[in-house]
Ligand binder design. Structure first.
Ligand code: HDD
Length: 678
């Protein structure tokens, strides 16, 4: 199912190339006789320079790659639409936020940050969540992440931070990992990182799916209404499926089994018509309340607790179409925080101010010059008229005899709002009075680096705290220099003495002296413990064999599939298992690629190590396990050390309902077992 209805799709249609029933030509449109043999002197002689087809083919191949993004190199994109629920004209004059009848086309790119284009999807990292709205007033880019806070406060520190987390310069190790000395050296010397580091050590950094993660604009932006009145705003994307994560041991195994795990998941869901959805939520703060918080709204290492300023849900985004060509769309899409439309403006957040410079600059290099805005995926739907001219890859043929403003020769066109005497829909910068000295200095209101790190820690459920401690142990366990570990643990003492003590004990250091006292505040909205969840698109592995009792299985399958779960039959061999068509043979499958397991197959599977391992691993990773009567032998063979989330014939008629309820719980964290090697 594809959506051809939006204006953006119609615009892209002009550039889509369909090779069906076509003839092979050169780039000049000349038909080619043969592309398997180069032109040579005699059958065994040298290739000759005259072969323009050969030269063109090789040259084009040599030039296929462009520089990958310096950060967020690995990503996946999709098209969709956004619609606001009701007019927000009280706060903003942005047309797309004021007209509930309007569907605004969007292109969204999700990404990891640190890894190269070819790195695995499921690494511990922030995820990018960048949305391009093709509005009637021009393109608006909301370039966010799945964390609401950032590592540094000032854009001048971005290169330092990125250098520290990237592979180390002398040997380019490790790829797409934060578990190494330079990152943790940066962290211990730059305590403003500590809040975001807490998010990075939490399960937020290993999302189950791009469809199951939040998005945040991070900075405080400003909405501006038609009267020029400003309102501070934080943007949030809330996934309809809830924000869910993998567990770390699972992550390590997914990387080998399917490095494209998140990319594939997004692609397959859209192909299957299970269109991912997010609600747009706003936290709105009147200008006059700017200083009522115990942190600075301009500080990007701080969030506004939802308990203080609740989210107002204002619209919905649905992703409903996969790109036709990865390079043309996902790779060439160019986002920029400075792409705003009337009604949305910046604040003086020093990270945002720097970003507004960096994104245009990076596209000029990455996409080879100033005309990248004309690449189909980047073209606005709004008409573009100005006096910008020429440059590499200019696609437009400007017919005007003038390219300056003001002019009289072209009747003064294109005319600015002022010249045309028509201010309708022009972008007007928010009028803000600024008085100050030219200084290179961080505001003292940015100085508290720990209170919100503590708030985050306090808000975690016990299992989330456990995961955070284990994440610190993994990360610091990969740090070579002991003094760096000591310093990090010392910093942690400012977050929470118990956390610091646990980490210190794990890496063999004395517990640091407690610093101050934990303020005891929490924000329940920060926990992933109570996320909405459903059965739709959950992947269920049906372990089966020739002797599977299909009669008992079919009604369960039917109910799972009517709830839009995706069921795969996994058996010792491909082909048929009894009357069931097999999707994967068990040695080529892995439990980490599924959300739940249903055991069948009688004694036949008990001697199959892959099947037994499958069940044990699913248990270890907290997944729902069901056993039909003919699957209970396999359950026994797996010798599971607990029963939480394990449903068998004891459930009687309630089996399917209980199994589904166990799946919907996402993970049974109460049963995670470290002393149980899967
Ligand atoms: Fe950035 C890419 C998000 C800080 C400089 N950034 C990039 C992308 C996302 C973000 C989602 C990928 C866009 C895509 O899919 O093409 N970046 C953020 C967030 C930040 C942030 C949420 C903090 C709140 N970034 C940040 C700073 C700077 C940059 C402070 C520079 C001073 N970011 C870039 C960049 C990238 C980029 C180098 C690389 C590729 C690109 O822009 O197009 O310019």
């Amino acid at each position: 199912m594809t959506d051809h209805n939006s204006d953006k799709q119609r615009q892209l249609d002009q550039y889509r190339v369909d090779d069906t029933n076509s003839r092979y030509t050169t780039d000049q449109g000349v038909r080619v006789e043969d592309t398997d043999n180069s032109l040579s002197i005699g059958e065994r002689g040298p290739t000759i320079l005259e072969d323009f087809h050969f030269r063109e083919k090789v040259t084009r191949f040599d030039h296929e790659r462009i520089p990958e993004r310096v950060v967020h190199a690995r990503g996946s994109g999709a098209h969709g639409v956004f619609q606001v629920y009701e007019s927000l004209a009280e706060f903003t004059c942005a047309d797309f936020l004021c007209d509930p009848s309007q569907q605004t086309p969007v292109f969204v790119r999700f990404s990891t940050v640190g890894g190269s284009r070819g790195s695995a999807d499921t690494v511990r990292d922030v995820r990018g969540f960048a949305t391009k709205f093709y509005t009637r007033q021009g393109n608006y880019d909301l370039v966010g992440n799945n964390f609401p806070v950032f590592f540094v406060q000032d854009a001048i520190k971005f290169a330092d931070f990125v250098h520290s987390v990237k592979p180390e310069p002398h040997n380019e190790i490790p790829q797409a990992q934060s578990a190494h000395d330079t990152l943790w050296d940066f962290v211990q010397l730059q305590p403003e990182t500590m809040h975001t580091i807490m998010w990075l050590m939490s399960d937020r950094s290993i999302p189950r799916s791009y469809r199951m993660m939040d998005g945040f604009g991070v900075h405080t932006y400003r909405l501006v209404n038609a009267d020029g009145k400003g309102t501070f705003v934080k943007f949030h994307w809330r996934p309809a499926l809830g924000a869910h994560s993998l567990v770390w041991d699972e992550v390590l195994r997914v990387q080998g089994n399917d490095p494209d795990f998140n990319r594939r998941d997004l692609w397959e869901a859209i192909e299957a018509g299970s269109y991912p959805e997010w609600e747009l939520g706003l936290q709105l703060v009147p200008e006059e309340d700017e200083h009522k918080f115990d942190f600075d709204l301009l500080d990007p290492t701080k969030l506004i607790p939802e308990e203080e300023v609740p989210l107002r849900m204002v619209g919905r985004m649905t992703l409903n179409r996969n790109p036709d060509n990865f390079f043309a769309e996902t790779e060439q899409v160019a986002f920029c925080t400075a792409n705003v439309v009337p009604g949305i403006d910046f604040t003086n957040d020093p990270l945002l101010q720097g970003r507004n410079f960096s994104y245009l600059d990076t596209q000029l290099l990455r996409l080879g010059g100033p005309n990248f805005q004309q690449i189909p995926i980047n073209r606005p739907l709004a008409p573009v008229h100005n006096d910008n001219r020429d440059g590499f890859h200019q696609h437009m043929i400007h017919t005007s005899h003038t390219n300056y403003s003001k002019n009289s020769i072209s009747g003064g066109c294109p005319a600015t709002g002022v010249l045309a005497g028509d201010m309708n829909g022009v972008f007007k910068h928010y009028t803000e009075r600024i008085d100050g000295e030219k200084i290179r200095k961080r505001s003292p209101s940015f100085a508290d680096h720990y209170s919100q790190a503590t708030l985050f820690w306090n808000s975690m459920a016990p299992w989330e705290k456990d995961h955070i401690i284990k994440a610190f142990l993994f990360e610091l366990g990969h740090v070579q220099r002991r003094y760096i570990k000591e310093q990090v643990v010392d910093r942690l003492a400012n977050v929470d003495a118990g956390l610091a003590a646990h980490v210190a004990a794990g890496i063999g250091l004395p517990a640091p002296a407690a610093r101050g006292s934990n303020h005891g505040k929490s924000s329940p909205a920060l926990s992933q413990d109570n996320q909405p969840a459903g059965l739709a698109t959950r992947k269920i592995a049906i372990l089966a064999a020739d002797s599977t009792d299909a009669g008992a299985l079919y009604p369960v399958l039917q109910e799972l599939e009517s709830g839009k779960a995706v069921c795969h039959v996994i058996a010792p061999h491909e082909g048929m298992a009894g009357t069931l068509a097999v999707d994967r043979q068990v040695s080529a499958a892995a439990s980490v690629l599924y959300d739940a397991v249903l055991c069948t197959g009688g004694e036949e599977l008990c001697g199959n190590g892959y099947a037994v391992q499958f069940v044990r691993e699913a248990f270890k990773h907290g997944k729902a396990i069901g056993a039909l009567p003919d699957g209970e032998a396999l359950l026994r063979a797996a010798a599971l050390p607990g029963r939480q989330g394990v449903i068998d014939s004891a459930a009687g008629d309630g089996f399917t309902g209980q199994f589904i309820a166990a799946i919907v719980k996402h993970r049974h964290h109460d049963r995670e077992v470290t002393a149980f090697p899967a």
